[in-house]
Design a protein around this ligand. Structure first.
Ligand code: HEM
Ligand code: HEM
Length: 197
């Protein structure tokens, strides 16, 4: 049985404070470049994006030492762990791209570069892309967390303070789904191994 560990208090504070910070950033989003004529708003955006970026980097620096699914009370297939880690890293990249492209927009704007310039067009497109990708990745993340909670693997409880688990589910459908999932991962592993020889 693997050693199951909860995330640290600091890890949880980073995770949940970030959900709020991200939600705030998305809700107060700018709709149009012309809004940046408001100097106070432009300055606020620059400070917000800088703080956001700094916190993402600090959080990653702190969290990278922990194992993915460290709260699992059931054995985790190594490919499953690797895939989850990839998704987490993708979320971090997205959360870096969002403020970086926002800051790029701000910088271009203060240089008097407008929407008609290619550089601004690229910055705004990347900014929109980062936002859209973040919605998709976070939606997948939450669905995956819920699915794991249904299975009762302990990963949920290691990070989420509510609706905590008390051991793996014994519901026959859930057990069957977990078995199918395991078989699929074994097939992927066998396939990758066969391509290596
Ligand atoms: C803005 C929204 C969210 C983002 C950007 C996010 C991002 C992340 C990241 C990057 C991790 C990996 C650990 C770390 O580096 O901190 C993580 C872990 C986790 N998150 Fe989220 N999360 C979000 C919302 C949620 C929500 C709403 C839930 C539950 C309903 C959730 C459940 C979990 C769980 C259970 C883990 C632990 C996974 C593990 O131990 O490997 N997250 N989250
Ligand atoms: C972490 C910080 C930020 C977050 C979370 C964020 C989020 C967003 C989101 C979700 C959108 C809508 C994208 C879309 O329609 O596809 C948006 C648009 C925009 N953001 Fe940001 N943003 C941030 C920082 C900044 C900064 C610093 C600036 C510049 C001062 C900026 C300037 C803009 C502009 C001009 C648009 C409108 C683009 C257009 O005309 O379509 N953002 N932002």
């Amino acid at each position: 049985m693997p050693m199951a560990r909860n995330h640290t208090l600091l890890g949880k504070v980073f995770h949940w404070a970030f959900v709020l910070l991200y939600a705030y950033g998305i809700f107060k989003q700018i709709d149009d470049l012309s809004q940046l004529e408001d100097t106070a708003l432009l300055q606020f955006e620059i400070v917000f994006a800088s703080v956001f970026l700094l916190l993402v980097v600090i959080r990653y620096g702190y969290m990278r030492r922990f194992e993915t699914f460290q709260g699992s009370v059931v054995p985790v297939h190594r490919y499953h762990k690797r895939f989850a880690r990839l998704m987490h890293v993708a979320m971090y990249l997205c959360l870096v791209l969002l403020p970086v492209t926002g800051l790029a927009i701000a910088w271009l704007y203060t240089q008097g570069i407008g929407e008609e310039a290619l550089a601004m067009d690229v910055a705004i497109s990347l900014h929109g892309f980062a936002a859209d990708l973040s919605y998709a990745l976070i939606a997948i993340h939450v669905v995956a967390a819920l699915y794991s909670r249904i299975k009762g693997e302990g990963v949920w409880t290691s990070m989420v303070p509510v609706f905590t688990e008390s051991g793996p589910s014994t519901n026959e459908y859930v057990v069957k789904a977990a078995a199918l999932e395991h078989q699929a991962l074994e097939k992927v592993e066998a396939f990758i191994a066969s391509r290596k020889d």
